[in-house]
Design a protein around this ligand. Structure first.
Ligand SMILES: NC(=[NH2+])NCCC[C@H](N)C(=O)O
Length: 403
Protein backbone atom coordinates (compact mmCIF):
# COMPACT_ATOMS: atom_id res chain seq x y z
CA UNK A 1 0.00 0.00 0.00
CA UNK A 2 1.42 3.47 -0.79
CA UNK A 3 2.42 5.44 2.28
CA UNK A 4 -0.22 7.90 3.47
CA UNK A 5 1.30 11.35 3.09
CA UNK A 6 -1.72 13.40 4.12
CA UNK A 7 -0.47 15.79 6.80
CA UNK A 8 -1.94 15.31 10.26
CA UNK A 9 -4.64 17.85 11.09
CA UNK A 10 -3.32 20.66 13.30
CA UNK A 11 -4.17 20.33 16.95
CA UNK A 12 -2.29 20.18 20.25
CA UNK A 13 -4.13 19.16 23.41
CA UNK A 14 -1.20 18.02 25.54
CA UNK A 15 2.57 18.16 25.99
CA UNK A 16 3.06 14.44 25.49
CA UNK A 17 0.62 13.16 22.88
CA UNK A 18 2.42 11.48 19.97
CA UNK A 19 4.06 14.32 18.03
CA UNK A 20 3.04 14.37 14.36
CA UNK A 21 4.00 17.79 12.98
CA UNK A 22 6.43 20.33 14.33
CA UNK A 23 7.71 23.69 13.11
CA UNK A 24 11.45 24.34 13.45
CA UNK A 25 13.78 27.05 12.28
CA UNK A 26 17.14 25.90 10.94
CA UNK A 27 19.70 28.40 12.24
CA UNK A 28 20.84 30.64 9.40
CA UNK A 29 22.60 33.86 8.55
CA UNK A 30 20.84 35.75 11.32
CA UNK A 31 23.27 34.02 13.71
CA UNK A 32 26.24 35.28 11.70
CA UNK A 33 25.23 38.80 12.73
CA UNK A 34 26.06 38.17 16.37
CA UNK A 35 29.15 39.97 17.70
CA UNK A 36 30.50 40.51 21.21
CA UNK A 37 28.98 43.98 21.03
CA UNK A 38 25.43 43.00 20.21
CA UNK A 39 25.03 39.49 21.67
CA UNK A 40 23.54 40.68 24.97
CA UNK A 41 20.86 42.77 23.32
CA UNK A 42 20.20 39.93 20.90
CA UNK A 43 19.78 37.54 23.87
CA UNK A 44 22.69 35.17 23.20
CA UNK A 45 25.26 34.29 25.87
CA UNK A 46 27.98 33.62 23.35
CA UNK A 47 28.70 33.54 19.65
CA UNK A 48 27.66 30.21 18.18
CA UNK A 49 29.77 28.57 15.48
CA UNK A 50 27.02 28.69 12.92
CA UNK A 51 28.03 25.78 10.67
CA UNK A 52 28.22 23.48 13.67
CA UNK A 53 24.91 24.80 15.00
CA UNK A 54 23.35 23.88 11.65
CA UNK A 55 24.78 20.36 11.86
CA UNK A 56 23.43 19.98 15.39
CA UNK A 57 20.06 21.26 14.28
CA UNK A 58 19.96 18.93 11.27
CA UNK A 59 20.62 16.03 13.64
CA UNK A 60 17.76 17.23 15.86
CA UNK A 61 15.41 17.34 12.86
CA UNK A 62 16.63 13.91 11.71
CA UNK A 63 15.94 12.42 15.15
CA UNK A 64 12.40 13.76 14.98
CA UNK A 65 11.84 12.40 11.46
CA UNK A 66 13.17 9.01 12.51
CA UNK A 67 10.37 8.96 15.04
CA UNK A 68 7.74 9.70 12.40
CA UNK A 69 7.47 13.45 12.99
CA UNK A 70 6.82 15.74 10.02
CA UNK A 71 9.25 18.66 10.23
CA UNK A 72 8.20 22.00 8.77
CA UNK A 73 10.68 24.85 8.49
CA UNK A 74 9.57 28.35 9.32
CA UNK A 75 11.57 29.98 6.52
CA UNK A 76 10.14 27.60 3.92
CA UNK A 77 6.62 28.31 5.10
CA UNK A 78 7.43 32.02 5.09
CA UNK A 79 8.81 31.96 1.54
CA UNK A 80 5.71 30.09 0.35
CA UNK A 81 3.56 32.60 2.19
CA UNK A 82 5.32 35.55 0.57
CA UNK A 83 4.44 34.24 -2.89
CA UNK A 84 0.96 35.60 -2.19
CA UNK A 85 0.99 39.30 -3.17
CA UNK A 86 -1.33 40.23 -0.30
CA UNK A 87 1.00 38.54 2.20
CA UNK A 88 3.98 40.23 0.65
CA UNK A 89 2.35 43.64 0.85
CA UNK A 90 1.54 43.07 4.48
CA UNK A 91 5.06 41.86 5.26
CA UNK A 92 6.55 44.97 3.67
CA UNK A 93 4.15 47.19 5.47
CA UNK A 94 4.83 45.65 8.89
CA UNK A 95 8.59 45.58 8.44
CA UNK A 96 8.96 49.11 7.18
CA UNK A 97 6.37 50.86 9.34
CA UNK A 98 7.54 52.59 12.48
CA UNK A 99 9.48 55.59 13.63
CA UNK A 100 12.95 54.25 13.07
CA UNK A 101 13.58 54.35 9.33
CA UNK A 102 12.25 57.73 8.24
CA UNK A 103 10.44 58.40 4.98
CA UNK A 104 13.47 58.45 2.66
CA UNK A 105 14.92 55.15 3.78
CA UNK A 106 11.48 53.56 3.85
CA UNK A 107 10.83 54.58 0.25
CA UNK A 108 14.28 53.36 -0.74
CA UNK A 109 13.77 49.98 0.90
CA UNK A 110 10.40 49.54 -0.73
CA UNK A 111 12.12 49.75 -4.12
CA UNK A 112 15.12 47.68 -3.02
CA UNK A 113 13.01 44.81 -1.69
CA UNK A 114 10.61 44.86 -4.64
CA UNK A 115 13.34 43.07 -6.62
CA UNK A 116 13.60 40.24 -4.10
CA UNK A 117 11.82 36.98 -4.87
CA UNK A 118 9.86 35.34 -2.02
CA UNK A 119 12.81 33.26 -0.79
CA UNK A 120 15.15 36.24 -0.87
CA UNK A 121 12.63 38.39 0.93
CA UNK A 122 12.19 35.69 3.58
CA UNK A 123 15.97 35.69 3.99
CA UNK A 124 16.05 39.47 4.56
CA UNK A 125 13.13 39.34 6.98
CA UNK A 126 14.90 36.73 9.10
CA UNK A 127 18.62 37.50 8.66
CA UNK A 128 18.12 41.26 8.61
CA UNK A 129 19.82 43.89 6.48
CA UNK A 130 22.80 46.12 7.25
CA UNK A 131 23.61 49.54 5.80
CA UNK A 132 26.62 48.07 3.98
CA UNK A 133 24.33 45.76 2.01
CA UNK A 134 22.15 48.41 0.44
CA UNK A 135 23.05 50.98 -2.21
CA UNK A 136 23.28 54.74 -1.80
CA UNK A 137 20.17 56.16 -0.26
CA UNK A 138 19.27 59.82 0.08
CA UNK A 139 18.46 59.23 3.72
CA UNK A 140 19.90 61.11 6.67
CA UNK A 141 19.38 57.94 8.68
CA UNK A 142 21.90 55.96 6.63
CA UNK A 143 24.19 58.98 6.23
CA UNK A 144 24.57 59.03 9.99
CA UNK A 145 24.83 55.24 10.41
CA UNK A 146 27.82 52.93 10.33
CA UNK A 147 28.09 50.19 7.70
CA UNK A 148 27.24 47.49 10.23
CA UNK A 149 24.14 49.20 11.56
CA UNK A 150 20.96 47.37 10.77
CA UNK A 151 18.17 48.87 8.72
CA UNK A 152 16.24 45.64 9.33
CA UNK A 153 17.19 43.87 12.56
CA UNK A 154 18.23 40.20 12.38
CA UNK A 155 16.21 37.64 14.32
CA UNK A 156 18.70 35.19 15.87
CA UNK A 157 16.11 33.95 18.35
CA UNK A 158 13.84 32.71 15.60
CA UNK A 159 15.61 29.42 16.35
CA UNK A 160 13.33 29.18 19.38
CA UNK A 161 10.10 28.63 17.46
CA UNK A 162 8.39 27.68 20.71
CA UNK A 163 8.06 31.29 21.72
CA UNK A 164 6.64 33.04 18.67
CA UNK A 165 3.52 30.89 18.41
CA UNK A 166 1.82 28.10 20.30
CA UNK A 167 -1.11 25.91 19.30
CA UNK A 168 -3.96 25.53 21.76
CA UNK A 169 -6.13 22.71 20.45
CA UNK A 170 -6.72 23.53 16.77
CA UNK A 171 -5.97 27.25 17.02
CA UNK A 172 -2.59 28.96 16.57
CA UNK A 173 -1.89 31.52 19.27
CA UNK A 174 0.38 34.19 17.83
CA UNK A 175 2.23 35.45 20.88
CA UNK A 176 3.49 38.90 21.85
CA UNK A 177 7.20 38.83 22.69
CA UNK A 178 8.46 41.04 25.48
CA UNK A 179 12.07 41.63 24.47
CA UNK A 180 12.67 44.26 21.75
CA UNK A 181 15.11 41.92 19.95
CA UNK A 182 12.34 39.39 19.40
CA UNK A 183 9.28 41.49 18.76
CA UNK A 184 9.37 41.21 14.98
CA UNK A 185 9.33 37.38 15.08
CA UNK A 186 5.61 37.27 15.62
CA UNK A 187 4.95 39.40 12.54
CA UNK A 188 6.33 36.44 10.62
CA UNK A 189 4.38 33.70 12.41
CA UNK A 190 1.26 35.83 12.09
CA UNK A 191 1.78 36.06 8.33
CA UNK A 192 2.37 32.32 7.96
CA UNK A 193 -0.75 31.36 9.87
CA UNK A 194 -2.76 34.09 8.18
CA UNK A 195 -1.80 33.41 4.57
CA UNK A 196 -0.09 30.07 4.06
CA UNK A 197 -2.46 27.69 2.25
CA UNK A 198 -1.83 25.02 4.85
CA UNK A 199 -3.27 27.21 7.61
CA UNK A 200 -5.17 29.95 5.77
CA UNK A 201 -8.52 30.61 7.30
CA UNK A 202 -7.61 29.24 10.74
CA UNK A 203 -8.63 31.64 13.46
CA UNK A 204 -5.54 33.10 15.12
CA UNK A 205 -5.68 33.94 18.80
CA UNK A 206 -3.84 36.71 20.68
CA UNK A 207 -1.41 38.53 18.32
CA UNK A 208 1.79 40.60 18.26
CA UNK A 209 0.16 43.78 19.53
CA UNK A 210 -1.47 42.22 22.57
CA UNK A 211 -0.22 41.90 26.16
CA UNK A 212 3.11 40.06 26.52
CA UNK A 213 2.76 36.30 26.24
CA UNK A 214 5.52 33.89 25.13
CA UNK A 215 5.08 30.30 24.03
CA UNK A 216 7.89 29.00 26.27
CA UNK A 217 5.66 29.85 29.20
CA UNK A 218 2.66 27.87 27.96
CA UNK A 219 2.39 24.20 28.92
CA UNK A 220 -0.60 22.02 28.00
CA UNK A 221 -0.64 19.90 31.17
CA UNK A 222 -3.69 17.94 30.02
CA UNK A 223 -6.57 18.33 27.57
CA UNK A 224 -8.24 21.59 28.68
CA UNK A 225 -5.59 22.49 31.27
CA UNK A 226 -2.86 25.04 30.55
CA UNK A 227 -0.08 26.22 32.85
CA UNK A 228 1.36 29.61 31.96
CA UNK A 229 4.56 30.98 33.51
CA UNK A 230 4.56 34.62 34.55
CA UNK A 231 7.92 36.34 34.86
CA UNK A 232 10.42 38.23 32.72
CA UNK A 233 8.45 37.50 29.57
CA UNK A 234 4.79 36.63 29.97
CA UNK A 235 2.95 39.18 32.13
CA UNK A 236 -0.21 38.68 34.19
CA UNK A 237 -2.22 40.65 31.63
CA UNK A 238 -1.02 38.27 28.91
CA UNK A 239 -2.26 35.26 30.84
CA UNK A 240 -5.56 36.99 31.52
CA UNK A 241 -6.08 37.70 27.82
CA UNK A 242 -5.18 34.13 26.85
CA UNK A 243 -7.46 32.68 29.52
CA UNK A 244 -10.40 34.74 28.28
CA UNK A 245 -9.85 33.76 24.65
CA UNK A 246 -9.52 30.04 25.34
CA UNK A 247 -12.48 29.97 27.76
CA UNK A 248 -14.72 31.85 25.33
CA UNK A 249 -14.01 29.28 22.66
CA UNK A 250 -14.21 26.26 24.96
CA UNK A 251 -10.55 25.38 24.26
CA UNK A 252 -9.63 25.05 27.95
CA UNK A 253 -11.34 24.91 31.33
CA UNK A 254 -8.44 25.83 33.63
CA UNK A 255 -5.44 28.08 33.19
CA UNK A 256 -2.83 27.96 35.95
CA UNK A 257 -0.79 31.15 36.27
CA UNK A 258 2.64 30.17 37.61
CA UNK A 259 4.93 32.96 38.86
CA UNK A 260 8.61 32.28 38.07
CA UNK A 261 11.76 34.21 39.00
CA UNK A 262 12.47 37.14 36.72
CA UNK A 263 15.92 35.86 35.82
CA UNK A 264 17.79 35.13 32.62
CA UNK A 265 18.20 31.49 33.70
CA UNK A 266 14.47 31.06 34.20
CA UNK A 267 13.05 33.31 31.50
CA UNK A 268 10.27 30.85 30.67
CA UNK A 269 8.38 28.19 32.59
CA UNK A 270 9.81 25.56 30.24
CA UNK A 271 13.35 26.36 31.44
CA UNK A 272 12.49 24.85 34.82
CA UNK A 273 9.74 22.35 34.08
CA UNK A 274 8.66 20.24 31.10
CA UNK A 275 6.42 17.20 30.84
CA UNK A 276 7.80 13.78 30.00
CA UNK A 277 4.75 11.62 30.64
CA UNK A 278 1.01 12.07 31.05
CA UNK A 279 1.54 12.54 34.80
CA UNK A 280 5.22 13.44 35.12
CA UNK A 281 7.44 16.48 34.77
CA UNK A 282 11.16 17.00 34.92
CA UNK A 283 11.70 19.93 37.25
CA UNK A 284 14.54 22.05 38.60
CA UNK A 285 14.82 21.09 42.28
CA UNK A 286 16.14 24.48 43.41
CA UNK A 287 12.73 26.02 42.67
CA UNK A 288 10.42 23.00 42.69
CA UNK A 289 9.45 23.31 46.34
CA UNK A 290 8.44 26.94 46.07
CA UNK A 291 6.74 26.93 42.66
CA UNK A 292 3.15 28.04 43.19
CA UNK A 293 0.11 28.54 41.01
CA UNK A 294 -3.14 30.45 40.87
CA UNK A 295 -5.95 28.70 39.03
CA UNK A 296 -8.08 30.76 36.66
CA UNK A 297 -11.44 29.35 35.58
CA UNK A 298 -14.36 30.74 33.62
CA UNK A 299 -17.08 32.34 35.72
CA UNK A 300 -20.47 33.74 34.81
CA UNK A 301 -20.81 36.55 32.23
CA UNK A 302 -17.21 36.42 31.04
CA UNK A 303 -15.83 36.96 34.55
CA UNK A 304 -12.73 35.03 35.58
CA UNK A 305 -12.69 33.01 38.80
CA UNK A 306 -9.30 33.31 40.50
CA UNK A 307 -8.29 30.72 43.13
CA UNK A 308 -6.06 31.14 46.17
CA UNK A 309 -2.36 30.46 45.60
CA UNK A 310 -1.44 26.78 46.01
CA UNK A 311 1.74 24.72 45.46
CA UNK A 312 2.13 24.19 41.71
CA UNK A 313 2.18 20.38 41.85
CA UNK A 314 -0.99 20.35 43.95
CA UNK A 315 -2.87 22.83 41.76
CA UNK A 316 -1.71 21.02 38.62
CA UNK A 317 -2.80 17.55 39.80
CA UNK A 318 -6.17 18.91 40.85
CA UNK A 319 -6.77 20.65 37.53
CA UNK A 320 -5.60 17.58 35.61
CA UNK A 321 -7.82 15.29 37.66
CA UNK A 322 -4.99 13.00 38.76
CA UNK A 323 -3.82 11.97 42.24
CA UNK A 324 -0.29 13.19 41.87
CA UNK A 325 1.95 14.96 39.39
CA UNK A 326 5.21 13.01 39.54
CA UNK A 327 8.34 15.13 39.73
CA UNK A 328 11.63 13.90 38.31
CA UNK A 329 14.29 16.33 39.44
CA UNK A 330 17.43 17.56 37.72
CA UNK A 331 19.75 15.98 40.30
CA UNK A 332 20.00 16.50 44.02
CA UNK A 333 23.35 18.22 44.14
CA UNK A 334 22.37 21.89 43.85
CA UNK A 335 25.46 22.90 41.83
CA UNK A 336 25.02 20.15 39.21
CA UNK A 337 21.32 20.93 39.09
CA UNK A 338 22.05 24.62 38.56
CA UNK A 339 24.55 23.88 35.79
CA UNK A 340 22.23 21.47 34.00
CA UNK A 341 19.26 23.82 34.35
CA UNK A 342 21.36 26.56 32.73
CA UNK A 343 22.16 24.15 29.89
CA UNK A 344 18.48 23.37 29.39
CA UNK A 345 18.39 20.02 31.14
CA UNK A 346 14.79 20.72 32.09
CA UNK A 347 13.89 21.77 28.57
CA UNK A 348 12.92 18.42 27.07
CA UNK A 349 10.66 17.87 24.08
CA UNK A 350 8.30 14.94 24.52
CA UNK A 351 7.52 13.17 21.28
CA UNK A 352 5.21 10.75 23.01
CA UNK A 353 4.53 9.59 26.57
CA UNK A 354 7.81 8.48 28.21
CA UNK A 355 9.83 9.47 25.13
CA UNK A 356 11.71 12.78 25.10
CA UNK A 357 14.47 14.60 23.25
CA UNK A 358 17.14 16.17 25.48
CA UNK A 359 20.61 17.67 25.19
CA UNK A 360 23.26 14.97 25.68
CA UNK A 361 25.40 17.23 27.90
CA UNK A 362 22.97 17.05 30.81
CA UNK A 363 24.25 13.69 31.92
CA UNK A 364 22.83 13.67 35.43
CA UNK A 365 19.35 14.84 34.44
CA UNK A 366 19.17 12.37 31.57
CA UNK A 367 20.16 9.46 33.75
CA UNK A 368 17.53 10.44 36.30
CA UNK A 369 14.96 10.54 33.51
CA UNK A 370 15.98 7.07 32.40
CA UNK A 371 15.87 5.76 35.95
CA UNK A 372 12.29 7.01 36.05
CA UNK A 373 11.42 5.03 32.92
CA UNK A 374 11.67 7.79 30.32
CA UNK A 375 13.42 6.97 27.06
CA UNK A 376 15.81 9.82 26.26
CA UNK A 377 16.79 10.68 22.69
CA UNK A 378 20.06 12.58 23.13
CA UNK A 379 21.10 15.35 20.77
CA UNK A 380 24.19 17.55 20.66
CA UNK A 381 23.64 21.18 21.58
CA UNK A 382 27.01 22.76 22.27
CA UNK A 383 26.38 25.53 19.73
CA UNK A 384 22.57 25.53 19.72
CA UNK A 385 22.49 26.06 23.47
CA UNK A 386 24.37 29.36 23.48
CA UNK A 387 21.08 31.21 23.04
CA UNK A 388 19.72 29.46 26.16
CA UNK A 389 17.20 27.10 24.66
CA UNK A 390 16.82 23.35 24.45
CA UNK A 391 14.75 20.91 22.39
CA UNK A 392 11.43 22.28 23.67
CA UNK A 393 12.34 25.90 22.97
CA UNK A 394 13.47 24.98 19.47
CA UNK A 395 10.18 23.39 18.45
CA UNK A 396 6.60 24.47 17.92
CA UNK A 397 4.33 21.40 17.87
CA UNK A 398 1.50 21.84 15.38
CA UNK A 399 -0.04 18.41 15.63
CA UNK A 400 -0.06 15.82 18.38
CA UNK A 401 -2.27 12.75 18.68
CA UNK A 402 -4.93 12.83 21.36
CA UNK A 403 -3.96 10.81 24.40
N1 LIG B 1 11.07 28.64 25.38
C1 LIG B 1 12.27 29.03 25.73
N2 LIG B 1 12.77 28.69 26.89
N3 LIG B 1 12.95 29.81 24.89
C2 LIG B 1 14.29 30.24 25.09
C3 LIG B 1 14.54 31.52 24.40
C4 LIG B 1 15.95 31.98 24.46
C5 LIG B 1 16.19 33.30 23.82
N4 LIG B 1 17.57 33.58 23.64
C6 LIG B 1 15.55 34.42 24.63
O1 LIG B 1 16.23 34.93 25.49
O2 LIG B 1 14.45 34.79 24.42
Amino acid sequence: MPEDTTPAAPGVASEVGRLRTVMLHRPGNELRRLTPRNNDVLLFDGLPWVDRAQDEHDAFAAALRTHGVEVLYLTELLAETLADPAARAEAMDRTLTGIRLGDSLRAYLEGFLADHDPAQLAEVLTAGLAVAEIGRTKSLVTALSGPEDFVIEPLPNLLFTRDSSVWVQDRPVVTSLAMPARRRETQLTDLVYGFHPRFGGTERLHGPDREFLEGGDVLALADGVLAVGVGERTRPAGVERLARSVFERGLARTVLAVPIDQDRATMHLDTICTMVDVDAVVMYPNVAHRLAAVAVRPGADGELLISETAPFVVAAAEAMGIDELRVIDTGLDPITAEREQWDDGNNTLAIGPKLAVAYERNVETNSRLEAAGIEVIRIAGSELGSGRGGPRCMSCPISRDAL
